[in-house]
Design a protein around this ligand. Sequence first.
Ligand code: FE2
Ligand code: FE2
Length: 265
Amino acid sequence: MIIAQITDLHVRPRGRLAYDRVDTNAMLKATVATLMKLPRRPDVVLATGDLTDCGLLEEYEVLRELLAPLSMPVYLVPGNHDRRENMRAIFYAKGYLPADGEFLHYVVDAHPVRLIGLDTVVPGEGHGLMCLRRLNWLEEQLARAPGEPTVIFMHHPPFLTGLADMDRINCRGGDSMADIVARFPNVERVLCGHVHRFMLRRLGGTIAMACPSTASQIALRLAPEAPPASVMEPPGCLIHHWQPGGGLVSHLSPIGDSGAPMLFF
Ligand SMILES: [Fe+2]
Ligand SMILES: [Fe+2]
């Protein structure tokens, strides 16, 4: 099974740029084209939040259009730039989002790897939260299938990154989540977005990863006093390849045309 992960698409209304300078819609279009041209197509695509830039209904309509060429199931979780009610209005018909309740959490049991989508959003805030209700929900879902290889996907990484500005809008309650995950060794990965760059960290006995954005990246400025900045480093996605008996191997894949493969013998 191949799980492609894309994140922080920050889609805008048609013809509008994000931050007045980044054509996030064109960059998502290029991402979709890259995924569809992979020699082995992903079985599913996970999009880990900040799907739109402002949570507008119009942006979700554009998002639906931009994702339409993907021939495989696409599973979305919200980020701090999203608005649950508008996201639900446009994507509820896809059949996996809950009809009611506050959080857009869900479990997908239809694939060789079990997928648990977590909603970390606190409306109106940049930071995320794993509160007691979310933690209990996650523990319940994990307890239902403790032997199944499982991937959890969410927007805010449940760990500090060392990027001062991102850590101000971190996922509160991440340590409690690590305690739960530690009891389920079948959790292969915790897949995240939000920080607009590739990161990897141990989390409660599993591996937590953050995926690059399909658009602009957050500059790698690890000095505590460094002001936050975005850069147009190459966008990317993660390709997680599950093989029974072989585990889950995660590949960082840049988006765009790298030319024809140079065969070697
Ligand atoms: Fe973002
Ligand atoms: Fe975010």
